[in-house]
Design a protein around this ligand. Sequence first.
Ligand code: ATP
Length: 381
Amino acid sequence: MPQETSPDSQPWLNPDAKPFIKLQGVTKKFGNFAAVDNVDLEVYKGELFCLLGASGCGKTTLLRILAGFETPSSGKITIDGVDMTDVLPYERPVNMMFQSYALFPHMTVEQNVAYGLKRDGLGKSEIEGRVQEILALVELTDLPQRKPHQLSGGQRQRVALARALVKKPKALLLDEPLAALDKRLREQTQFELMNIQDQLGITFMVVTHDQEEAMTLSTRIAVMDKGRFIQVGTPTSIYEFPETRFIANFIGTANMFEGRVIKSNAGFLLIKSEADNTELSVDYGAAMSEGRRVWVAVRPEKIQISKLPFDESGPNQLKGVVHDIGYLGSASTYRVKIAGGKIIQVSFPNQRRPTDDQFAVDWDDEVYLKWYSSSAVLLTK
Ligand code: ATP
């Protein structure tokens, strides 16, 4: 298992910590179809928790259930210790920021942000104070009189965020908050979102189908598929220790070898890959019966690539021919064809310019691949 830090920064490791949002056996059916299927979840105060999954897996439905816009078919939801079954959306201590931002087009930035406070009947000076404070937080103090159509996508996103935050919810539910932004702005805004969340200490629950975004933002991620949670964990644990082939392939890229256990020593397994007879070793905490069918997943960046053979022989070594190279600037991706025709993907940082590097790997080169047994992941399903 991954190295974890203190329970204070990771309250889910502290058995005495009380979850802020708790879902128990929550199911939502539309007719016979379960959009959310028996989900249990505990989210702690101050977390930035991501629901990650492909389109249609039930992320938005789950967020709408938390906000009170959908009633679960079964199960129980508690927020801040209060059962939400009979609590109406606007009475819940949460606010939702919609995918479309849903700004009022005829209102200025200031009026959009002030709207909810006015409806709640707050005094003029309090509204003005709160609106100014929140506009400063999202860096929009220069544009209070603009209307939404006079703003860029990123600015509109920040107005929507300000409008959701100004009511000081205990939790903010964000549905694809950055989807409308281009890549560069999205990356920049991810950090702004994290800073704002950190300053306010509000619990954020973010729906996204973008795994890089989930990895960057989250304290923890729940990976969803067909209405269920497949794995819940920190970005590091999900990436480095996927529990299933689905997760290994869904989060990042994985080279997958199917084989059988041929030797099991405490803390160490030897596997023979069926397609190419390669011997693979994996550090593994438990014994496993010989002959058992398993899968070994190896991330592309864990594999070393060389034009020269490695000094020592042993498991986790392959020989192949470079079939394809993807030059990404900071790194290159090599697709190497090994005996039997399987393609292995290797990613390697470009520490030197390929043109300056006599050891640079080129198309059709014969290459040697190698990785550590501690870098591979053993999967049984
Ligand atoms: P996306 O990333 O595309 O927004 P999602 O993971 O948020 O997808 P949901 O919107 O939660 O997915 O939908 C989950 C499933 O439930 C989908 O198959 C969808 O068609 C279905 N669904 C959602 N709302 C309804 C509804 N009101 N009636 C019937 N089916 C619905």
